[in-house]
Design a protein around this ligand. Structure first.
Ligand SMILES: O=C(O)CCC(=O)C(=O)O
Length: 205
């Protein structure tokens, strides 16, 4: 499959631990999946899926419950890109929707993902974060510390624990930051060890 990932993008991912893929899916497809996501969340009773404080509403493994969203989770291009970036065969651990509701604005604190997952010494982990609607800074796009996927000695930092990352390693506050606004259909692939955060959704949408 032609994934559209160039040698330069692959190098960027290896060096930085993050790469942006424009239009992984089309705007029209993103709108379709957004509708399905909103319908799924609306049909879920309060507490039926996890809410992390005011940060976001999370629904894990939508592929099991929604035929439309299954098509996104199992999209062949996502798996092909993941394997190309990692350079090894990959396995899907889980999907989830993260809905940042208006008027519940809270940032996601800087953290690494991999230590939240029950894997012993994985060779490579990564995530694909796909925007189902335009996600500028004001709607809580993500920021990354490029190259921080090489940092192996940080603890598991809670996504609501805003100050912990700076206390653990004060130098991180001055690390160059890459903030990545995404248009609907755009995607970032980020290494499981990269430090990353997301802003609050301060819009009405
Ligand atoms: O979108 C967010 O608020 C955080 C997402 C995140 O940390 C992740 O996808 O690993």
């Amino acid at each position: 499959m032609d994934t559209g990932i160039t040698a330069q993008m692959q190098d960027d991912y290896r060096r930085n631990g993050i790469v942006k893929v424009e239009q992984l899916i089309s705007r029209a497809q993103a709108a379709h999946y957004r509708e399905a996501t909103l319908a799924l969340l609306a049909s879920t009773p309060e507490g039926g899926s996890a809410r992390y404080g005011h940060t976001f509403h999370q629904y894990v493994d939508v592929w099991r419950d929604d035929e439309t969203l299954r098509g996104l989770t199992l999209h062949p291009r996502i798996g092909a890109i993941a394997e190309q970036l990692a350079g090894i065969p990959m396995r899907l651990w889980h999907d989830h929707t993260l809905a940042k509701e208006p008027a519940k604005a809270a940032p996601t604190a800087f953290h690494q993902d991999q230590m939240k997952w029950p894997f012993a010494a994985p060779r490579h982990t990564l995530s694909a974060w796909i925007a189902l609607q335009d996600t500028p800074v004001e709607r809580g796009c993500m920021s990354f510390l490029p190259g921080s996927h090489q940092l192996a000695d940080l603890p598991n930092i809670g996504t609501a624990d805003q100050g912990r990352w700076k206390r653990e390693m004060p130098a991180l506050e001055w690390w160059p930051r890459m903030t990545v606004p995404l248009q609907a259909g755009d995607c970032t692939f980020h290494h499981g060890m990269i430090m990353h955060a997301a802003g609050p959704n301060t819009t009405e949408d």
